[in-house]
Design a binder for this molecule. Structure first.
Ligand code: GLN
Length: 241
């Protein structure tokens, strides 16, 4: 962590990758980090700025093909993110961000393009657009305060499909919606301290336990954030219904 109890949240390229309220992930992450007793420094890094290697959590969101391609071009020339992750930072990558964290992804104009190779996943172009609500049961190897994470819900809108390689594990087993692609039965991936998902919502507003999981990696205290989650739980109940 940046200081004795300071958590540095770096949001990558809000000018390119921020569909469906992905900024909410930065807000929830910072909010819950404060409730855990940390001061929070949020750094929004635009696509013409270098990515700081000093970070506790990186956030990257979704986007259309063109901004996704531009983001990948810039990120391939900037080793700040890779250095930060190597030094122990965590990351949450959503949709386009998830795809470009992998080995390669598909762009309508330029075909298969290299990703960052930070996650052992490979994305291709699917045959149908996956749009709608998703429900998934989170991989049991992940837990917060010794308890498995509750069911995830979110909103998806993507053409890409993603295959998870042996070094990563799917984030959830999907029971409604598509996630990594129709018939894949899974959404997202996790590997070390990196979590990737197709879920918007924003995903941390709808699944605050995921923020707690990541913050537990950051502060070394794998606990649920002490807070009253009545409102998030009402939202969850409504979405799950
Ligand atoms: N452009 C990517 C796709 O369509 C990601 C979309 C998104 O981030 N919502 O697959």
């Amino acid at each position: 962590m940046a200081g004795p109890s300071a958590v540095r949240v770096v949001w990558i390229y809000p000018d390119l990758l921020s569909t469906y309220g992905d900024q909410g992930n930065a807000l929830i992450m910072a909010y819950r980090a404060r409730l855990r007793g940390h001061t929070v420094e949020r750094v929004d890094v635009r696509s013409d700025q270098p990515i700081p290697a000093q970070a506790d959590v990186y956030l990257i969101g979704g986007g259309e093909d063109r901004p996704q391609r531009l983001a990948a071009e810039r990120l391939r020339k900037d080793d700040g993110l890779a250095r930060g992750l190597e030094a122990g930072a965590a990351a949450l990558a959503v949709c386009a961000g998830f795809q470009l964290f992998g080995h390669s992804f598909y762009d309508d104009e330029q075909g298969t393009l290299p990703g960052l190779g930070l996650l052992d996943v490979t994305s291709k172009r699917g045959t149908v657009r996956c749009v709608g609500e998703v429900v998934g049961d989170v991989d049991e190897s992940l837990n917060v305060g010794g308890r498995p994470l509750p069911r995830m819900t979110g909103f998806e809108n993507h053409m890409g499909t993603t295959e998870v390689g042996p070094a990563a594990r799917p984030l959830s087993r999907v029971s409604a919606g598509n996630g990594n692609g129709a018939g894949s039965g899974a959404d997202g991936a996790h590997q070390g301290r990196i979590v990737g998902t197709y879920l918007h919502g924003p995903v941390l507003a709808r699944n605050p336990a995921l923020a707690d999981l990541i913050l537990g990696w950051v502060d070394g205290d794998p606990k649920a954030t002490p807070t009253d989650d009545t409102w998030p739980n009402r939202l969850r109940a409504e979405r799950l219904a």
